[in-house]
Ligand binder design. Structure first.
Ligand code: NAP
Length: 557
């Protein structure tokens, strides 16, 4: 397709982002016969699994629970090699989906959206990109990803370092060697926990700069053979339905009994079984009060602290690694490998002679200098600095685009005190703009493909009504938006997660007022709410209907 010819033409829908949500969205919209274009800043598809190509990047959801379910042929064809697939396999998977469904012909790669402006006269969005092109469409769907706007430490001198440095979410495609190098890793969230053992097994020396320790549990990954895949495949008919009933679209769901109903020995056995179990068994598969009640949480956290003490040789180092916030208050991290004598477990790293742990909450980073990182007490010299410092979550990818709605209002100004949305999907004053994976919507720190499936279908249905000009404009009623926002924030503030600082409350972005930006409700309740809103004629939305004369018969003709 000649971009110069089509750049100014009127698409029905523009989708921003070719990650899992963008790909599925494109598929759904094309099935409806709509003219769709996807704009993707990366050079390939896969979103998070395109960008986060650092060594150790790996799923926390079981591979077969994370995949798409819309293509029975692909379910038959695709064999997962591990229970928790690594980044290279996931990137291959999303490319396979895109190739099989010929999605790439409707995706412009290397195309970063810089602005979107709503034309109130024509009810059309004009989208400008870098490299400079202009696209217009009736509807824009933002599928930019909840965790896609990387942030670096807010310290001076980032550009002065003379060695190599990479943010984990901007890891180069060419392999980065650690052997023989002095490496600093800043950050011990899920990403840091995955990359640190990979660095430690090769580097001449590794210094881990940790601001806050977090709870880390074993992933218990394993290779899947043909028999495993056969049995997984036999379960597919029920699996999709089951995942739709769980809290976060994971295979694991909180138990129906509280901790207090278990005898002490029974509870210990339950914890041990969970510990040996796969992935988030230790997070979403516990008695329901572990993530809700401080006493129950403390009991399980003490069990995990015991595991840490048993694995770290130096008791002082072990204490540095034990968090003082409740288990699960920050999203729980999973180590890619458990220590089984191979030396690659996260906690065992801190027993290695070539590894130092520095708690920068007591010995802060003052600046980055040419030789490395200047701490309060010394300069740590390095050949390579790894920034595993996370993301401006949920709002960052949207706020980095100049989005102008009715009256020229900028979304980033509208959200200066924190995001306000209706259903996490739409914002008043920004008609015909829909978000998936945005703030206050389900899926940001869950099994994202499962949580996005129904919302994307719902958005695609509504987008079709706008594209076919059944509605000229769709935007939330400000009262419904306020109600949704207040309720989501209140639920977030009442949760144990509020007891720790994290990206879920915007705490990691300097100068940002603390405000809950995620969504704490269960997937089935979220989906029920969407269906009810639709059944009630899109209750909570202001729908401006088009006159019959302005309705095209078919946009796909
Ligand atoms: P994160 O959880 O926000 O962790 C960032 C780390 O960097 C934290 O240890 C943080 O310390 C530290 N940090 C941030 N700014 C710093 C500064 N100025 N100075 C020193 N340290 C600083 O980010 P993440 O590890 O990238 O993980 C984010 C989310 O991505 C996860 O919760 C998960 O949802 C997702 N993720 C998923 C997978 C997967 O599915 N397999 C893998 C990786 C990540 P503080 O804790 O003190 O702020």
């Amino acid at each position: 397709m000649d971009l110069n010819q089509t750049a100014g033409s009127d698409y029905d829908v523009l989708v921003v982002g070719a990650g899992s949500a963008g790909l599925y969205g494109l598929h759904l919209l094309r099935e409806k016969g709509l003219r769709v274009r996807v704009l993707e800043q990366g050079s390939g598809v896969g979103g998070a699994w395109y960008w986060n190509r650092y060594p150790g990047a790996r799923l926390h959801s079981e591979s077969h629970s994370y995949q798409f379910f819309f293509d029975p042929e692909l379910l038959e064809e695709w064999d997962w090699s591990e229970l928790f697939a690594g980044q290279p396999e996931l990137e291959r998977y999303f490319n396979r989906v895109a190739d099989k469904h010929d999605l790439k012909k409707d995706i412009d790669l290397d195309t970063r959206v810089v602005s979107m402006t709503f034309d109130e006269g024509a009810d059309i969005w004009t989208v400008r990109t870098d490299p400079e092109r202009t696209y217009t469409a009736r509807v824009v769907i933002s599928a930019t990803g909840p965790l896609s706007a990387p942030i670096y430490p807010d310290v001076p001198g980032l550009d002065t370092f003379v060695g190599e440095s990479f943010h984990t979410a901007r890891w180069p495609r060419e392999p980065v060697g650690f052997a023989g190098k002095r490496v600093i890793v800043i950050g011990t969230g899920s990403t840091g926990v995955q990359i640190i053992p990979q660095v430690a097994k090769e580097a001449a020396h590794l210094t881990v700069l940790m601001r806050t320790p977090n709870w880390v549990v074993p992933l218990n990954n394993r290779v899947l053979d043909v028999h495993d895949m056969a049995s997984i495949r036999a379960g597919y008919p029920d699996l999709r339905k089951y995942l739709a009933t769980t809290f976060g679209g994971f295979l694991h769901n909180p138990g129906s009994r509280p901790t207090t109903t278990y005898a002490p020995g029974e509870l210990k056995e339950l914890y041990e079984t969970a510990w040996q179990g796969a992935g988030f068994t230790k997070y979403f598969g516990m008695p329901y009060d572990v993530l809700a009640d401080e006493t129950a949480n403390r009991h399980f956290a003490d069990f995990v602290a015991g595991k840490i003490r048993a694995r770290v040789n130096d008791p002082q180092v072990a204490e540095l690694l034990i968090p003082d916030h409740p288990f699960g208050a920050k999203p729980v991290d999973c180590e890619s490998a458990v220590y089984q004598g191979d030396g690659f477990g996260y906690y065992e790293v801190f027993n290695q002679d070539n590894v130092d742990l520095v708690r920068i909450s007591v010995n802060p980073i003052l600046e980055i200098v040419a030789e490395g990182v200047r701490l309060a007490d010394r300069v740590v010299e390095a050949d390579l600095i790894v920034y595993a410092t996370g993301f401006e979550a949920f709002v960052g990818s949207l706020n980095r685009i100049d989005i102008r709605g009715v009256g020229g209002m900028a979304l980033r100004d509208r959200w200066a005190d924190g995001p306000e949305t209706y259903l996490g999907i739409a914002v008043s004053g920004f008609p015909n703009l829909f978000m998936i994976g945005g703030p206050h919507g389900k899926g940001g720190h869950d099994n994202s493909t499962r949580c996005a499936e129904v919302p994307l279908q719902w958005i695609a249905d509504l987008a079709e009504k706008v594209a076919r000009q059944e509605y000229r404009r769709v935007e939330p009623d400000p009262a419904a938006e306020r109600d949704w926002t207040d309720n989501v924030i209140a639920a977030g503030n009442a949760n144990l997660m509020s007891k720790a600082k994290s990206f879920l409350y915007g705490d990691n972005v300097p100068g940002r007022p603390r405000r809950y930006v995620a969504y704490i409700g269960a997937l089935p309740a979220f989906v029920d709410r969407l269906r009810q809103v639709e059944a009630d004629g899109y209750a909570g939305f202001v729908l401006t209907e088009s006159g019959p004369e302005s309705r095209p018969k078919s946009l796909s003709e």
